[in-house]
Design a protein around this ligand. Structure first.
Ligand SMILES: [Ca+2]
Ligand SMILES: [Ca+2]
Ligand SMILES: [Ca+2]
Ligand SMILES: [Ca+2]
Length: 612
């Protein structure tokens, strides 16, 4: 077995941290053999709470309305030519039990940070743990294929549940035996990527894009511009795919295999008109959650391969419904989700917008941007803590040499004027963490949940005249939705103009605004409150930074500040992949929304801060 990263070393450190007897590893020629040992669960009880503690566990379950029990989670990374043939995980032969004097605390319901969204009432939800063991299995695992540290990799995540619950009894396993059978693949698989950008655009944008191609080449990024007409005609590769979106995805796969591309920029948004049509196709996915039946996912175009090297269709049962999880029933399309390429989109609607974003991007990369971040946040949920400020403050832990300007609800009104004042001439990043709709972002004063602060609405965007263009991280529901129009007004409450989405409008604003926006094409999930170390990194922090939209947004900044990624798409991949390492399994509707809908409206090959 080969680890590309010192996974073995990391595991050894973990072992020493847990004490010599708790975890042991043996490697064999054909794979890996692990033994995990867990202490007897310690039950502590006070007047109001009951807790289960197992020192060797590193995270807890967080399934709404079910008991919260310790779990052990580990992600391992293998070279791209590895095929993981088999994973067996066997709990102890002797399962022991402890009767509890009262019920365990249960995990909270989850909700999205949408403006005017009614809280869901899950009071009638039947608990699994009342009739069946929860968690439903002793273990879970997932094998995926993606990019780890810019290297194509096979990714294995293992979860063991040492404790399971049925009513007021817990059952526990003191040890687990894990066997991983790996085989080096016979057929060669691409194992390197190069600093190559693939641009996909309709033919009418081709001429306008030439100066951008020349600019990218001058910075050492090999740039290939392919028109949709070439793709559909089979000019480069034989045409595959059932519809336009799948044809584009197969083309990206062929480009990845043949040209070793690293970045993909889709250039084209919605065309004018009542009926929805596109300059570059989109893929709607169908994970039902919070009355949202479908939403666009650009991640679809970036996740090219499954772990077994098959094409990642996102439609395993081939019924032409992609990423399907109906309102009632199970997730029908077991999806890989990890990106192979770093992908963003300029959802331009006309030549004018295309011209602006090209000129802004060239200008941005040719100048230096100050190491400054603007933080905007308030109180988003009734749970204790000012979530927007907590998440924004956490940003600074990753950007130690940055200056900061804060627009915090605890200190001032959250208004466009105060945001413009904080931004001044500009900044490298702007992180806003609150609630959203496709055209508006907002939050509350601490404990002031009856009223919305002014926030930011699309009509405020034309009044930003900053010289340096920030990368905007816009935390809230639907903040990067780019299919809205005056005729298409989903998730807009009351009368509001909806010519274009807020995230894109800010990025393509002429003479000010941003350079790129990260946001969501759907409801992501929020995790207010404090229920333990949800992300299992050994540090218990407020849950708003450990899961959900706060966690994924913060990984962008950790990717830049700590992991030292230089290009915007690398940070996007780091954020999505880290989220998936932690929350891909067990599949949950809200985690699928948060990852599939997390969009980069910008150039993924953008050099953060410019080349100078
Ligand atoms: Ca993949
Ligand atoms: Ca709060
Ligand atoms: Ca926590
Ligand atoms: Ca943590």
């Amino acid at each position: 077995m080969k680890f590309i990263i010192p996974g073995f070393v990391i595991l050894m450190i973990l072992i020493s941290g847990l004490g010599a007897s708790s975890l042991s590893i043996q490697e064999t020629m054909t794979g890996s053999h692990f033994t995990l040992s867990f202490s007897r669960p310690m039950i502590t009880s006070t007047d109001n709470t009951l807790e289960i503690e197992i020192p060797e566990a590193n995270a807890i379950t967080n399934t709404p309305n079910e008991p919260m029990v310790p779990l052990y989670q580990k992600t391992l990374y293998y070279p791209a030519d590895t095929i993981i043939q088999d994973v067996t995980i066997i709990p102890s032969q002797k399962i022991l039990q402890i009767d509890l004097t009262r019920s365990l605390p249960i995990a909270p319901t989850v909700s999205p940070p949408g403006i005017h969204l009614k809280p869901t009432d899950d009071a009638d939800t039947k608990k699994i743990s009342e009739t069946h063991l929860f968690p439903e299995k002793w273990y879970d695992y997932s094998i995926s294929r993606g990019l780890y540290k810019n290297t194509p990799s096979v990714i294995l995540t293992i979860i063991c549940y040492p404790v399971r619950v049925l009513e007021n009894t817990i059952y526990y396993s003191n040890d687990f035996t894990i066997n991983i059978q790996t085989n080096d693949q016979q057929t060669p698989q691409q194992q390197t990527i190069e600093e190559t950008l693939l641009i996909i655009a309709p033919v009418e944008f081709e001429e306008k894009l030439q100066p951008f191609v020349t600019h990218k080449e001058s910075k050492g990024i090999t740039t290939i511009l392919a028109t949709l007409e070439d793709i559909y005609d089979g000019s480069h590769f034989p045409v595959e795919g059932r519809d336009e979106a799948e044809k584009v995805k197969y083309f990206i796969k062929n480009a990845y295999d043949t040209w070793n591309i690293k970045y993909v920029l889709l250039v084209g948004g919605r065309k004018a008109g009542i009926t929805e049509s596109w300059y570059v196709p989109v893929r709607y996915v169908h994970v039902f959650w919070e009355d949202e039946t479908q939403f666009m996912s650009d991640l679809y175009f970036a996740d090219l391969y499954n772990a077994d090297n098959s094409f990642s269709t996102w439609d395993n049962d081939a019924n032409d419904v992609f990423s399907e999880w109906p309102e009632v029933g199970f997730f029908k399309d077991d999806i890989d989700l990890y990106p192979e390429v770093l992908l963003g989109r300029w959802p331009v609607r006309n030549m004018w917008e295309l011209d602006i974003i090209i000129k802004k991007t060239i200008e941005y990369e040719n100048m230096q941007t100050e190491k400054k971040i603007v933080l905007v946040g308030g109180d988003n949920f009734e749970e204790p803590g000012i979530e927007g400020e907590i998440v924004c403050d956490k940003s600074l832990e990753y950007l130690t040499d940055f200056t900061v300007a804060k627009v915090y609800a605890s200190e001032m009104d959250i208004t466009p004027e105060n945001m413009k004042a904080a931004l001044g001439d500009g900044a490298m990043f702007m992180h806003m963490h609150g609630h959203g709709s496709p055209v508006k972002w907002g939050t509350h004063t601490p404990d002031g949940f009856d009223e919305w602060m002014d926030g930011l609405y699309i009509t405020d965007v034309p009044w930003f005249f900053n010289d340096q263009y920030p990368i905007l991280i816009l935390g809230g529901c639907h903040t990067a939705m780019f299919n809205v129009s005056i005729f298409n007004r989903p998730w807009i409450y009351g009368y509001r103009l909806t010519p274009e989405g807020l995230g894109w409008m800010f990025a393509r604003k002429v003479g000010g605004g941003g350079i790129a926006t990260f946001g969501y094409t759907c409801f992501p999930v929020a995790s207010p409150g404090e229920y333990g170390d949800l992300n299992g990194d050994g540090i218990n922090e407020p849950d708003c930074v450990e899961s959900g939209y706060g966690f994924i947004q913060l990984q962008l900044l950790k990717g830049y500040g700590v992991e030292q990624y230089q290009y915007l798409g690398e940070c996007w991949n780091y954020a999505i992949s880290t989220y998936l390492d932690t929350y891909k399994i067990p599949y949950e509707r809200w985690h699928l929304h948060t990852t599939e809908g997390f969009a980069l409206l910008g150039d993924p090959s953008l050099k953060i801060g410019g080349y100078i």
